[in-house]
Structures are given as C-alpha cells and as structure tokens.
Design a protein around this ligand. Structure first.
Ligand code: AP5
Length: 209
C-alpha cells in the first residue's frame, strides 16, 4: 500500500501518518522531518535548507527534495509500502514520483485556515521520538513526552508570520496537486476537522477497500 497524504500545513498529515503507518505496518516518510533532522545534525545541506527555505515558510527546491525521496524509497522498510507525508508538494515533484513508483491513493486531508492557525501555534513535538502534541493531544506532564520523557519543543516554522507564508505557498504551489491526482482517479478526500480517531477510521476504510 503506497499512500500520499496531501493537505495544508497543520491539517494533521503527520498525526495520521504516525497512526496509519503503525496500523498497516508501512513506512512513514516525512520530507519535513528529514529536513529538520538534517539541520539538527548540522548537515550543510540541511542547515542551508532551513536558513534559506523551510525556516521562512518556503519550499526547498525540487531537485534537492526529489533526490532525497528517491534515495529514501530504496530503503528496506519501504518494501511493504509507505506513506509520503508532505511529498509531493509541487507538480514537478508529482511528475518525478509517478515515473519511479505506483501510488494506490492520495488522501487529501482538508481543514480551514482558522483551524490550522490555532493548531500550529499550539503544536509541540518531542525532540527525541518526534511524537506530536497539540491542544487535543496534550502531554500528561507539561513540556515532557509521554512516550520517551524527551523534551518538547516548538518548531521554528510554527510562528504565526511563517505559518501565513506556508499557507500562501500551499495555495500557490501544492493545491494544484488536487486536480493532478483527481484526473488520475487517485484522489480521496477526508475532513481534517473531525476528531483524530474518526479521521484515522476514514483513511483506513479507504486504504483497506
Ligand atoms: P512539513 O513538516 O511537511 O510541514 P507541513 O506540511 O507544513 O505540515 P505540518 O507538519 O506543519 O502539519 P501536519 O499536516 O503534519 O499536521 P500535524 O499532524 O503535525 O514541512 C515543513 C517544511 O519543510 C515545509 O514548509 C517546506 O519548507 C519543507 N518541505 C517539506 N516537504 C517538502 C517538499 N516536498 N518540497 C519542498 N519543501 C518541502 O498536526 C498539527 C497540529 O494539530 C498538532 O498539534 C496535532 O496534535 C493537531 N491535530 C492534528 N489533527 C488533529 C485533529 N483531527 N483534531 C485536533 N487536533 C489535531
């Protein structure tokens, strides 16, 4: 089962990918997480991508992103299937992807800007295991991860000014993918404003058809 999770920033792609990948025993590939990881490690490409692109809410150039995903898809854990969370984000990325692998469904998780802004400004993430927390998923102990006791942090791009830029970029560069995948019969839409467990059930129903 090869899935793409599409949708604006903060709509719940990562939250659902974490749950669905565990349920279906498939890999969870988040390009955003890959970029953050590279920057944290001090990798020069990762630091440049943060300073020039994602830290400001802009997309990392297609050639860099496509190369990264191509390499990631060759790994052993993708043999059983995968969820691409945050890739593709442009038409050239989608065209490159369809040349290398077959996708079963593209799940478009839809939410309004008001809900997104509220969610992103309050999102926290574990710096260790990357578990995502938010208003509806608070940690038991403030600032500490329930799972691994790691420290929670706020992402550099979750400041309101950067969130607005991410939404602009989504509307201009990523939204056209909805028509791209609709025309290929792959698009399925779920309501991202429902409770997390409801959205999970909706996605599983699509994936298990
Ligand atoms: P990326 O990390 O992919 O960020 P994003 O797409 O902006 O998405 P987010 O991770 O912000 O949100 P999400 O939809 O995963 O929501 P989440 O589940 O966390 O990318 C970061 C940057 O990297 C990009 O801006 C770009 O610069 C670069 N990049 C990445 N991929 C690229 C590519 N392909 N090409 C070029 N550049 C690329 O949920 C958000 C919050 O809401 C959480 O607090 C969560 O607890 C809460 N929540 C989720 N669902 C619900 C619900 N149903 N009810 C209540 N609360 C909920």
């Amino acid at each position: 089962m090869n899935l793409i999770f599409l949708g604006p920033p903060g709509t719940g792609k990562g939250t659902q990918a974490e749950r669905i990948s565990a349920e279906l025993n498939i890999a969870h590939i988040s390009t955003g997480e890959m970029f953050r990881q590279l920057a944290n490690e001090g990798n020069s490409l990762g630091v440049e991508a943060r300073d020039k692109y994602w830290g400001k809410g802009n997309l990392v150039p297609d050639d860099i992103t496509i190369g990264l995903v191509q390499e990631r898809l060759k790994k052993e854990d993708c043999k059983n299937g995968f969820i691409l969370d945050g890739f593709p984000r442009t038409i050239p990325q989608a065209e490159a992807l369809e040349k290398i692998i077959k996708i079963n469904y593209v799940i478009d998780i839809e939410s309004t800007d008001a809900v997104i802004i509220k969610r992103l400004t309050s999102r926290r993430q574990c710096q260790n295991c990357k578990k995502i927390y938010g208003i509806d998923v608070p940690p038991k102990e403030e600032g500490i991860c329930d799972i691994c006791k790691g420290k929670l942090f706020q992402r550099d791009d979750d400041r309101e000014s950067v969130i607005m830029e991410r939404l602009n970029v989504y509307n201009k560069q990523t939204k056209p993918l909805i028509e791209f995948y609709k025309s290929r019969g792959l698009l399925r839409i779920v309501n991202g404003e429902n409770p997390i467990e409801q959205i999970k059930a909706d996605i599983l129903e699509i994936a298990q058809k």
